[in-house]
Structure formats: C-alpha cells, structure tokens
Write a protein that binds this ligand. Structure first.
Ligand code: LLP
Length: 442
C-alpha cells in the first residue's frame, strides 16, 4: 500500500498516521475507524492557496464540502483561509454551526428549495450558484421580498465533459446541471440576472467532472467560458468579475492513477485564464472548488478482520467489520483501493485475498484481489485514500452504525465524529399508536 502524507511503518511494525500508532487507535476508538491525516489536509489546502498566490490572479479556493462535511473539517478549511462550497441545508447548517463565515460560503445545487434559499439568504452567504431559471426567479423574488441584493454566479455547461482520461466535447447539453452555452440558455440567463434589481451577477461557474488527471479539459473549459464571456460583453455589455472553474482534480488511489501536482493543475488553469481573457476588460477573479484532492488521500479506514472463507481454486474472501456502509465507492463506481495489514506491516505478502464487507449483499466488496500476509481473524486492515466521499456517503444499511472519525496529527488523535450508538440508530423511529408497543399475547 502506498503511504500517503505522514503515514509510515513504526519500529513495532505498525502503521502510524499523524504520529499515532493505528493499533493504539483501534484500542482507543474501535473499528471501523476513519483516520484523517490532519497535516496532509492542511498541506493540500496550502498547496492550492500558494499556487494561486503565485499566479498573481485574484482567487478563492472553496473546499467542496460534499467530499467530507463535518464541523471540524469546516473549521480546518476556515483556518487555512479557504472558502466553502455547500449543496444543501445540511452542509450549510454544518458550516454555520462550525462558525464558518457566511460571506465565504457558496451555495450550489440543481434543486435548492425555497427553504434552503431562505436559510442561506438570512445567513448572508457570499454567493448563490444559480443552476436554472426556476432558481433565478426564486432568488429574485426572495431577495426583493427581503429588500436585499444577492451575489449570483450562473452555472454553465461549456460543452466539455471529462471522464478522467477522455473529454467529450458534445453531450454535455444533456445534463441536469446548469445553463447550456450552446443552445443560448446561458446567454438568456445572463440577460435575466444582469437586469434584475436584486441579483448581483458576479460571473459564471463551470464544473467538468471529477477525478481528472490531465489539464486539457480545464484548459478547454476556460477557453469556452472566455469565448462566452466575450460574446456576452459584446451582446449584452455584461462583464464577469468572477469565473469559477469547479473541482475535479484527481488523486492517487492505486498505482493506476497518475494525478498531477496541485500546483500544476492550478498553473494550467491560471495560464489558460491569462491567455484566453487577455482581451477582456480585466482578468476575472478565479474560484475553484476542490473536494477530493483536499481530503481524499489524507483518509485511511481501519477495519478489524473477522471471518474468512477459502474456496480452493477460486478465491479467499476475508471479511472486515465494515464495508459498503462506510465505503460505497467500490460497489457504486467499481473504485479500486490499496490495503495493508496495519498491525503486521513488516510481514511478507503471502496470499491474494478479496476483502468483503459485512452487509447482506454479494456486491458488498471493498477490494478484489489484494496481496497480503497470511491474514488472521483479529488483524487490522488499513484501506488507504478513503478521505473523500466515504464518510460523506456512508449509510446505515443493515442498521450498521456509522464509524467514528479521528483527526491525527503530531501524535495527537482527536475524535471529530463519534461512533453512532445503537440508540442513535433508533433515534428517529416512531411506533404509531395503532401498532401495539407490547409483545402480542396471541
Ligand atoms: N464543484 C462541483 C459543482 C461539483 O459537482 C463537485 C463534485 C466538486 C466541485 C468537487 O469535485 P472533486 O474536487 O471532489 O472532484 N461521489 C463521487 C464524486 C462526485 C463528485 C460530485 N461533484 C465519488 O465518490 O467519486
């Protein structure tokens, strides 16, 4: 398993993260356990901030909280000077409760409800990323009712869609998100928003995909957005102050993945902006929204090995005490992960096994075919690169309790999310009056 950030093998042959021995973390917090390498998260935040500073452009780096949204993470992003992208009342509430400054929060989503818009407007968030005409009308009406003016970016689809290695230049029209540049609806939205008394149109937003390894897609998006900006300036005399290029910067899950350094992605984008906006009245402020590349490789999930099943000549299944409930990505996207025995890190690999979860479903597999030392019940299995879209997408399927999350740094480990209790699982359950609450006598 590739050792990210501060992860290393200590003298006892144990995996250590943030100076904390994972065997001790298991004793203290139990398993499954998400461990976040705090120093690595901070390093990634700084890589973005430093790279943008070096570009000389005005900028905001908004952490896409959907990747991992808990109060401690919002605080950390705030401390590092990042802005925050939220997509629901839940993410917004989490950020506000964590004391994240509303002015640095951007609100995304293709179906924000009136209640959500009202909550965000009352909180005084920095920007609404309007996705469609219904939302624009709702925002205008709500802001007028409140006698206020709100900042708006328009999400546009530039006709670039990235599938990690491939960029499809058509087809993006068929997306649930945003105003299409190609069919004229983006231009219509600019006209509407710029004329509104209660909307302050800052500019446009484009997001081309996720887990992208190359720069071409971003550069193409900048080119398309710049062409659109010029067109809108000519036609409507509207000048964009902000261009938001979304997130999507890739990370290394396995050796198959070949991401660039954060600084290289940022330089490609900022250079493209300088090139394609050179004839624009002023270079726009550039915003980006990295999620995965801030927290992804800083996360490790620790499991305890339970049962195993050897099918001679076929494969050996090794089951851990978590699974698709804490990491649905292999089942959903066929995602690949690397793993190691955290309590016997020096032992030689001896067998190829497949790691199964404990859910009642055959598809509940975490890793197919991983090389490990001879695995015994009670061993600790660490799966790397689980910081993004794992806790965020965790479920209570089979009424399995969601794991705890710990931040580890410099030998300190602090709980940032408690393990759910059995009581938590039934906290929202109600037995209606007409259903008897006592065991039946029949
Ligand atoms: N901005 C917008 C508008 C987005 O839709 C997304 C991700 C991001 C930023 C952050 O993208 P990132 O830097 O994290 O790639 N659940 C999937 C990923 C879904 C991403 C959705 N949008 C997964 O587990 O791979």
């Amino acid at each position: 398993m590739y050792l990210h950030g501060t992860s290393k093998i200590n003298a006892k042959g144990h995996l250590e993260i943030g100076g904390c021995d994972t065997v001790e973390l298991k004793q203290q917090f139990g398993t499954p356990l998400y461990i976040v390498d705090e120093a690595l998260v901070r390093q990634r935040c700084r890589e973005y901030m430093d790279a943008f500073r070096a570009s000389g452009l005005s900028f905001q780096v908004a952490y896409a909280s959907k990747a991992f949204c808990v109060m401690a993470m919002c605080r950390l992003a705030e401390e590092e000077g990042l802005s925050l992208d939220v997509v629901s009342e839940g993410e917004l509430f989490t950020a506000l409760q964590a004391g994240f400054p509303a002015q640095r929060i951007h609100f995304h989503g293709n179906n924000k409800t009136l209640d959500e818009l009202e909550m965000a407007m009352s909180a005084g968030i920095g920007c609404f990323v309007a996705d469609n005409f219904t939302e624009l009308h709702m925002l205008q009406a709500l802001a007028a009712e409140k006698g206020t003016k709100v900042n708006v970016l328009l999400r546009v689809t530039p006709g670039v869609e990235a599938h990690t290695h491939e960029y499809i230049s058509t087809g993006q029209t068929d997306s649930k998100f945003g105003f299409d540049i190609g069919n004229g609806s983006a231009s219509e939205a600019v006209e509407l928003a710029s004329r509104s008394l209660n909307l302050n149109l800052l500019g446009v937003h484009s997001h081309i995909g996720s887990q992208i390894f190359e720069t071409e897609g971003f550069q193409l998006a900048v080119e398309r957005v710049a062409a659109f900006a010029m067109q809108v300036k000519e036609k409507l005399n509207v000048v964009f102050k902000v261009v938001n290029l979304g997130g999507g910067f890739g990370i290394r899950y396995t050796e198959e993945d070949t991401p660039l350094k954060v600084a290289d992605y940022v330089r490609a984008i900022t250079d493209a902006v300088k090139e394609h906006f050179s004839d624009y009245p002023e270079l726009p402020e550039i915003w980006v929204e990295p999620g995965r590349s801030i927290v992804g490789d800083a996360g490790t999930t620790l499991y305890t090995v339970g049962t195993s099943k050897d099918i001679p000549g076929v494969r050996k299944y090794v089951a851990v005490d978590g699974g698709m409930t804490d990491n649905p990505r292999p089942a959903l996207y066929d995602s690949k992960y690397e793993a190691m025995l955290a309590n016997r890190a020096h032992d030689e690999n001896e067998e190829t096994v497949s790691i199964a979860g404990k859910c009642c479903e055959s598809g509940d597999m975490l890793i197919w075919d991983v090389e490990l030392p001879k695995v015994n019940s009670g061993d600790l299995l660490a799966v790397a690169c689980t910081g993004a879209y794992n806790y965020a997408m965790a479920s209570n399927y089979n009424r399995i309790r969601r794991p705890a999350v710990v931040f580890a740094q410099d030998g300190h480990s602090d709980l940032v999310v408690k393990r759910e209790s059995l009581q938590d699982l039934i906290a929202c359950d109600v037995i209606p009056e007409r259903i008897s609450k006592q065991p039946s006598l029949k």
